[in-house]
Design a protein around this ligand. Structure first.
Ligand SMILES: Nc1nc2c(ncn2[C@@H]2O[C@H](COP(=O)(O)OP(=O)(O)OP(=O)(O)O)[C@@H](O)[C@H]2O)c(=O)[nH]1
Ligand SMILES: [Zn+2]
Length: 218
């Protein structure tokens, strides 16, 4: 179980916002731990694996706990992280960038891991957000069955909403293990998606952001 401060009321507002924009996951909000557990038992039976083996007996319960509390905790907006803001009394007015935010997600087509890094930037107004909260927002949306394009937009729009600014940039570089370990089995390909808003749509700002997040830069 992840331990961090949650803000379900804020999660609710973010959910409404993403729903209006039509970019939330197609979910009905009912997370049924027992049903997940039974389904894992059925899956194992379908593979001909007997559940009476002592090593396997608790697997359905274990996997359900893992799915609900960790792998897919971001399906539940009651788990949305608390945001911490501080007054920007210093008047900082240039981009704040978080590069190499590592995340793990799950491909909704094959239920196989997507691993990658997110690069996030915003320009503060009157408030600056606690830096770790950028990681927490990325992690929340990663912890769902996902496609990379939608995850990128969810993080981007949620940050614009939370930080009350259009000036947000999000880039995601990911390895889809449904591509590396099955199907086309390509070990080299990286998939990149990005969305730029407000001042980051300006070509020079975009170039600066891309330059700053390159390996071994600033
Ligand atoms: N656009 C997009 N596609 C994804 C993402 N993750 C996985 N996919 C793709 O989803 C597609 C699912 O297509 P299908 O043809 O139904 O699946 P498949 O037969 O297993 O496809 P192959 O992987 O080509 O063997 C595949 O091309 C995956 O590579 C993602 O984040 N975004
Ligand atoms: Zn996949």
């Amino acid at each position: 179980m992840k331990t961090y401060e949650k803000d379900p009321a804020l999660g609710n507002k973010v959910a409404q916002h993403l729903k209006i924009l039509g970019i939330d996951n197609p979910v009905n909000g009912n997370i049924d731990n027992n049903l997940v557990q039974q389904s894992i038992a059925t899956l194992l039976s379908g593979l001909g694996i007997p559940l009476d083996d002592e090593s396997i007996a608790k697997t359905p319960e274990r996997v359900a706990r893992f799915f609900v509390n960790e792998l897919f905790y971001g399906l539940n907006y009651a788990n949305f992280p608390k945001m911490t803001f501080n007054h920007n009394k210093y008047g900082y007015s240039e981009p704040v960038i978080a590069k190499n935010i590592s995340f793990k997600s799950t491909c909704e087509h094959h239920l196989v891991t997507i691993s990658g890094e997110a690069f996030v930037a915003y320009i503060p107004g009157n408030q600056v957000v606690g830096l770790s909260k950028l990681n927490r927002v990325v992690d929340f949306f990663a912890r769902r069955p996902q496609v990379q394009e939608r995850a990128t937009l969810q993080i981007f729009r949620a940050l614009q909403f939370l930080l009350e600014t259009e000036d947000v940039a999000v880039l995601i570089k990911a390895t889809h293990h449904c591509i590396t370990m099955r199907g086309v089995s390509d070990h080299n390909v990286e998939n990149i998606t990005y969305q730029f808003g407000g001042q980051f749509s300006n070509p020079e700002m975009k170039r600066n952001f891309l330059e700053l997040i390159k390996d071994n830069q600033a």
